[in-house]
Design a protein around this ligand. Structure first.
Ligand code: CP
Length: 337
């Protein structure tokens, strides 16, 4: 029997074999969505940041499995939470994650946490401090619903979508492309699709302008995974060079680590990239009948043109739907049924 997972925090929390097994279950759940496996069980969904897809799909995942979800918006419907240890809590936060995690663990069988980076420093954010505090103090499994570093529920849905469209992802070329965006966005999504695609042995083409390199440890892990799975990771600084022959174009903007504490400098440098790093039908036509992916939300005509999103190359809605199926399979795995 499959052993329950302690926590699901990153794309590497599941091996390739375990991920493939989870996909088989997700596809069964897609055919027969309504179950009673989790009757009487509850999940707490703790959101420090906004969400459309994650909160809706997690809530409905629990419902369709016969269980129940309680969604908490931190500081809106709950007390503000402190996560750092040893703090004199005389500021805004009325409760510590230590108490919140322990008390919620008395009510629910799993906890999902969404916690974006605080952007004080990359050194702090890359430790995933809020998610790590919940993982340390909770007595139930933690599901990462997007942290500073990872969005592993998203990357599961992404790889299932790729597998459904082109069969085995192994050896298939995927472009993971930076895109212009007015804000400096988190790196959780590019980190996760990079690691997940590498884990599956895809030919990963990571395209970004110079100065927007991903974290060196993530790159090193991706290269290690790719080598182990017979794939590769190659960095391109010119988006045009990455496209020929690709089967998948995955666009996502992210902030620059090099200018993490210099947002005005990042904005200045980025202005010149606006027209070049936006996915158009011309890019898509350079691929091998490739399809377009994005985790959503996406800014139309900033990250990608309407012409791409409104065409049959758009796989974003399949990706969003697959969040539901993979999360249900994950909940069954985490809760040991
Ligand atoms: N893709 C994704 O996680 O969407 P939300 O931020 O709306 O949850």
């Amino acid at each position: 029997m499959t052993q329950p997972l302690p926590h699901f925090l990153s794309p590497t929390s599941l091996s390739l074999d375990a991920t493939q097994e989870l996909f088989e279950r997700a596809l069964e759940l897609k055919k027969r969505p309504i179950r009673t496996d989790l009757a009487g069980q509850s999940a707490g969904l703790v959101f420090f940041n906004p969400s459309l897809r994650t909160r809706t799909s997690m809530d409905i995942s629990m419902y369709q499995l016969g269980g129940h979800a309680v969604t908490l918006d931190v500081g809106v419907g709950t007390w503000k939470l402190e996560h750092r240890e040893g703090r004199v809590m005389d500021g805004d936060a009325a409760e510590h994650v230590k108490e919140a995690a322990k008390v919620l663990s008395r009510y629910v069988q799993a906890l999902g946490i969404r916690s974006f980076p605080e952007r004080r420093s990359w050194g702090e954010d890359r430790m995933d401090p809020i998610l790590s505090a919940f993982a340390k103090w909770a007595d139930v499994p933690i599901i990462n619903l997007e942290s500073s570093l990872y969005h592993p529920c998203q990357s599961l849905a992404d790889l299932l979508t790729i597998q459904e469209r082109i069969g085995s992802p192994k050896g298939q070329p995927i472009v993971i492309s930076w895109a212009y965006h007015p804000k400096a966005l988190p790196m959780a999504v590019p980190n996760s699709i990079l690691l997940e695609a590498a884990k599956f042995g895809m030919e990963v083409r990571l395209a970004h302008p110079e100065g927007w390199e991903l974290d060196a440890d993530i790159m090193s892990r991706a290269n290690q995974l790719a080598r182990g799975a017979g794939g590769s990771v190659t960095v391109y600084n010119d988006i045009e060079d990455a496209m020929p022959g690709a089967r998948v174009v995955y666009a996502k903007s992210w902030g620059s680590i090099a200018n993490y504490q210099h947002p005005d400098e990042e904005t200045r440098l980025k202005a010149a990239l606006r027209g070049t790093w936006r996915i158009s039908m011309r890019h898509m036509e350079a691929t091998d009948n490739g399809f377009f992916m994005h985790c959503l939300p996406v800014r139309r005509n900033v990250v990608v043109d309407d012409e791409v999103l409104d065409s049959d190359r758009n796989a974003c809605y399949d990706e969003a739907e697959n969040r539901l199926h993979v999360q249900k399979a994950l909940l069954l795995r985490l809760l040991g049924t």
